[in-house]
Design a protein around this ligand. Structure first.
Ligand code: ZN
Length: 231
């Protein structure tokens, strides 16, 4: 027993350490896939849960991933690459929507898509208001790769259409219920909403830029870094 004691102690220290590490990444014990092994198992079981690179599904899609820059409400880059991933059916629906927008010379500019759960934890720490930042208790639809933040651009100039606010303006003006806006801005917001709803997306009332896909909560929560997905 004397000789066993240090071995047991080491064992408990190691297990305790791993537990703490896991705990800090997932403090509410949510069913989150946070290893590539878990992710690949989910994809093998249900290919619809595969996170696909939006630039591969929609060649030429305009991206401005604010969270890969300092130009976001946290003031620091959250992602190490300006990439956009969505679960396959969500990306396919967005591709079909972009296709139909082309006929009127418009396209999307994607501002955010899949977000690893670690990002949601950090956002809440910086801005603990669950109207504009998802509660880490439930996770964000972005963590499921089933939500997208986006705006509209003119395809010929790449210029953004005027919308009620800038992206991530945490204000009443960002809400779909806010109507004290110039006519063209109301039309632009309605155009984005119309095209998104036609392709299976649903508004999130407080944010004009955020859309959830149908059955969004059926997609699993993930905490897999972009770099892992890009391998
Ligand atoms: Zn969003």
């Amino acid at each position: 027993m004397k000789r066993l004691f240090p071995v047991l102690l080491a064992f408990f220290l190691v297990v305790g350490c791993c537990r703490n590490q896991r705990h800090s990444r997932n403090p509410y014990n949510l069913p989150i896939a946070n290893t590539m092994e878990m992710y690949l198992e989910q994809v093998a079981e249900n290919p619809d849960t595969q996170l696909v690179d939006l630039e591969e599904i929609i060649p030429g899609i305009a991206l401005y991933i604010a969270y890969a820059t300092e130009n976001n409400f946290t003031g620091v880059p959250i992602y190490t690459s300006p990439k956009a991933f969505l679960c396959r059916p969500v990306a396919m629906a967005l591709a079909a929507a972009q296709d139909s927008l082309k006929s009127i010379g418009m396209g999307f500019k994607v501002l955010d898509a899949y977000r690893p759960y670690a990002g949601t934890l950090y956002f809440y720490k910086v801005y603990p208001d669950t109207t504009f930042v998802a509660s880490p208790l439930s996770g964000s639809i972005h963590n499921r790769g089933a939500a997208v933040d986006l705006t509209l651009i003119r395809l010929d100039t790449g210029q953004e259409l005027e919308m009620p606010t800038l992206f991530d303006s945490f204000s009443d003006t960002a809400s779909h219920t806010f109507t004290d806006l110039p006519e063209n801005v109301l039309e632009n917001r309605a155009l984005l909403r119309g095209i998104m709803e036609a392709y299976g997306f649903h508004i999130y009332e407080p944010e004009w830029w955020h859309y959830n896909f149908t059955n969004a909560r059926s997609y699993p929560l993930r905490d897999i870094a972009f770099e892992e997905l890009m391998k």
